[in-house]
Design a binder for this molecule. Structure first.
Ligand code: ATP
Length: 432
């Protein structure tokens, strides 16, 4: 039996947000992290992955629950972890050596010992010869090597990495992933466990032994998958691709609840993905052209889109009932096929029907405009309603996308200058 290094029990994290009260970001998180495990944490954007990592590091305290390290509850920063950040977080006025040595700042070691350890790590991460260079003289990949070196020099039991490769170009990232994996699999570092937050399913399946998938609003663990393929993994191997597909379908799975319109103001509004109608239309056309059951993962790859850019489009197509996802494949529904083949006018009608049926707030907006004798209402009015559900910044985004969709469907019009939503006379007349 492998030893449990860390344990998270019943973690909940809430933040007090303006107009929304205490919003639960993470809920009911129970995790055991064992020696020898390389864990990836995946989940939709904004779900709470970084918050979870920060709770493990002791940089953020949970609202409820406990974090145990070697069986003891941690208070303040976790002494057993080293952290690597997406943004490298280097000090520009310090050299490579000084930045790496910073990891040892709080260790009770003699200067000579700190120097020895830092130089050894610099060598190990492939920066030999760059000890006295400043971050601005280094490429992105080299800077992240310094970031990793600063964490490794602490010889932490657990290495935490928050999207460590996402700020790097593809080739540099691949190179660094291989080097890090070599250090880990060949036990060249004393690290006992690695936890990495990532947006890339492929990266997770390539590198880790366990993938944890979080839901959103709030984040709960929806899947915890063991990845047992030996290293080095072949990304073309059917076992590899089917696992990527499986995680993809878990991440894209969503339920479309049927919402009673009268209940909308009381119920929690579902966030709409910010995908303009034009992009959505193009996407549906593309899937139609590619034929039956398109592998989502391959499609994202072909379009050179990041998961984060791609998932919203897929989600929006699902929300409107134009597409379904099954085991990592996207398929158009009957309506989706109809939409792809329809004329411009017919498309607008289909879009309008689906929008009214599946996005209850849209119907509410039309209802408000229709109720007014001049069929007009200020943007601010709707912002206030949306703010209660989404907070100020997101409310603006949500209304923008509702306006975009509503305009495309010819359900509503918008005067950008006056910031007023309105119904065209003939549209209002058809509703009498
Ligand atoms: N200090 C804070 N105060 C209020 N809300 C916060 C705070 N930190 C994070 N949040 C909110 O918590 C949610 C989760 O944020 P977090 O950064 O953990 O998500 P994430 O999954 O890492 O996101 P991404 O994939 O975009 O990096 C977000 O809605 C964010 O706005």
């Amino acid at each position: 039996m492998k030893k449990t290094l860390m344990e998270l029990t019943d973690i909940r994290k809430g933040y007090d947000l303006p107009n929304k009260g205490n919003v639960t970001i993470l809920d009911d998180i129970n995790l055991k992290i064992k020696e020898g495990e390389f864990i990836s944490i995946l989940g939709p954007s904004g779900s709470g992955k970084s918050t979870l990592l920060r709770i493990i590091a002791g940089l953020v305290s949970p609202s409820q629950g406990a974090v145990l390290y070697n069986g003891e509850q941690i208070v303040g920063t976790n002494p057993g972890v080293g952290m690597v950040f997406q943004s490298f977080a280097l000090f520009p006025w310090l050299t490579v050596l000084e930045n790496v040595k910073l990891g040892l700042e709080n260790k009770p070691l003699r200067e000579a010992e700190k120097m020895r350890k830092a130089l050894a790590v610099i060598d190990m991460i492939g920066l030999d010869g760059f000890e006295s260079a400043y971050p601005k003289e280094l490429s992105g990949g080299m800077r992240q090597r310094v970031g990793i070196g600063r964490a490794l020099v602490m010889e932490p039991d657990i290495l935490l990495m928050d999207e460590p490769f996402s700020a790097l170009d593809v080739l540099t990232a691949e190179n660094l992933k291989r080097d890090l994996l070599e250090l880990w699999t060949e036990k060249k570092i004393p690290t006992k466990s690695i936890i990495m937050v990532t947006h890339s399913i492929e990266e997770a399946v390539y590198m880790s032994d366990r993938a944890i998938v979080l839901s959103r609003d709030p984040a709960r663990v929806i899947t915890d998958i063991k990845i047992t393929m030996p290293h080095w993994r072949d990304k073309q191997h059917p076992q590899f691709t089917s696992l990527v597909d499986r995680i993809y379908s878990i991440l894209t799975k969503r339920e479309v609840p049927s919402v009673d319109v009268a209940e909308v103001s009381k119920k929690k509004l579902e966030k709409i993905q910010e995908v303009p109608a034009g992009a959505l239309t193009g996407f549906i056309e593309l899937v139609e052209d590619l034929g039956e059951k398109v592998d989502l993962y391959k499609l994202a790859d072909q379009l050179s889109l990041d998961l984060d850019d791609f998932l919203p489009i897929v989600e929006a197509a699902q929300l409107l009932g134009f597409a379904t996802i099954l085991q990592g494949d996207i398929d158009l529904t009957v309506l989706g096929h109809q939409f792809a083949e329809a004329s411009v006018l017919e498309r607008k009608i289909l879009f309008k029907e689906q929008l009214t049926k599946n996005v209850p707030i849209m119907e509410k907006i039309v209802w408000v405009l229709h109720s007014k004798s001049n069929h007009k209402m200020e943007r601010e009015f709707f912002i206030e309603i949306l703010e209660k559900h989404f907070g100020p910044e997101e409310a603006e985004h949500q209304l923008d996308i509702l306006i975009d969709w509503g305009r495309y469907a010819e359900l509503i019009s918008y005067d950008e200058k006056a910031e007023v939503l309105y119904l065209e006379n003939e549209i209002a007349a058809t509703m009498e």
